[in-house]
Design a protein. Structure first.
Ligand code: PEP
Ligand code: MG
Length: 317
């Protein structure tokens, strides 16, 4: 029976009416890669590349980053591996990039904002990613904390200029598929425009929830607000999924909610096609996908999206 369950874990997750949902892992270290595969991951929806940068007082070299990205991508063979560019700031400080303390670090210079202000460090990472993509065709790149079109344009411009410089020097480099995280409410409002410029969206519901609800997820006194099943958050996810659908790009979830089997049906109903989670959640979520009828989920989620309270949402789920 153990073997049977194991075989099921390794199989793709398809709904009762034949829609396949990609089930990916979130990784925050290289060591987790093998284990994620053993637990049924069909790719990586989020490599939190911060782990390469933390624990030292200087940035990792382009070469060591190149090697790490290749190693992770190669572990997954031809399965997609999405590497998120450095998302420092907020709860993850880094001495050599940040100057001084911020009063509101979550609302400060973090993620892509910080990288765009430290172009030298950012270029090392972009070069390493472009070179790794030349070696591993399954590697994709995702920018965190995008709020505006200007930020996305700047990031893409920089990636492009790195690509051209590498080519000019005769170093193998290939442009990866590019996506962005949707985790700032402004990005939801700008989703239609942003969707025209990228190949995929990945919704970061951890940060999106905290920013939509204006509630710090580490603060117990407001924890009743910090749920991705809040009607306001669900409507934001729906809006993002709709923008992606209209633009013909894919949309996934890489926040914690992706690993909650209670929410799987609602997410499928909203048109999400990829769920990326902690590897230990994969078996349960695959099971939830297999118990779902996609057509029915699409109808039922309309009722969920009309709910006025978190309690009502939870009762419907
Ligand atoms: C998120 O914000 O949902 C997310 C996946 O990113 P992180 O938790 O690393 O901020
Ligand atoms: Mg985030």
């Amino acid at each position: 029976q153990g073997e049977l369950a194991m075989a099921k874990t390794m199989e793709k997750a398809t709904t009762l009416d034949g829609r396949t949902i990609d089930i990916y892992a979130n990784l925050a270290s290289q060591e987790e890669a093998e284990q994620a595969i053993a637990l049924g991951a069909e790719g990586v929806g989020l490599v939190r590349s911060e782990f390469i940068f933390m624990g030292s007082d200087q940035p990792p070299s382009e070469q060591s980053q190149f090697e790490t990205y290749c190693q992770i991508a190669e572990t997954f063979g031809d399965k997609p591996v999405i590497i998120r560019t450095l998302d420092i700031g907020g709860d993850k400080p880094l001495t050599y990039m940040q100057q001084g303390e911020e009063e509101n670090p979550y609302l400060g210079c973090r993620g892509l904002r910080l990288c765009l202000q430290n172009v030298d460090v950012f270029r090392l990472q972009l070069n390493a990613l472009l070179r790794a993509r030349a070696k591993c065709s399954n590697l994709q790149v995702m920018f965190p904390m995008v709020a505006t079109m200007e930020e996305l344009n700047q990031a893409k411009y920089l990636l492009n200029s790195c690509y051209e410089a590498l080519q000019h020097s005769g170093i193998p480099a290939v442009m990866p598929k590019i996506g962005i995280m949707i985790e700032v409410p402004a990005a939801v409002a700008n989703a239609r425009q942003l969707a025209e410029e990228v190949s995929f969206f990945s919704i970061g519901t951890n940060d999106l929830t905290q920013y939509v609800m204006a509630a710090d997820r580490g603060n117990d006194r407001v924890s009743y607000l910090v749920s991705a099943a809040q009607p306001a958050v669900l409507r934001m996810i729906e809006q993002t999924a709709q923008a992606a659908r209209e633009a013909g790009i894919s949309v996934g979830i890489c926040g914690e909610m992706a690993g909650d089997p209670k929410l799987t049906k609602a997410l499928i109903g909203m048109g999400v096609s990829e769920l990326s989670m902690s590897p230990n959640r994969i078996a349960a979520v695959k099971q939830a996908v297999r118990a779902t009828e996609s057509k029915q989920a699409t109808e039922q989620v309309q009722e969920v999206l009309r709910a006025s309270t978190l309690k009502q949402v939870m009762a419907l789920l």
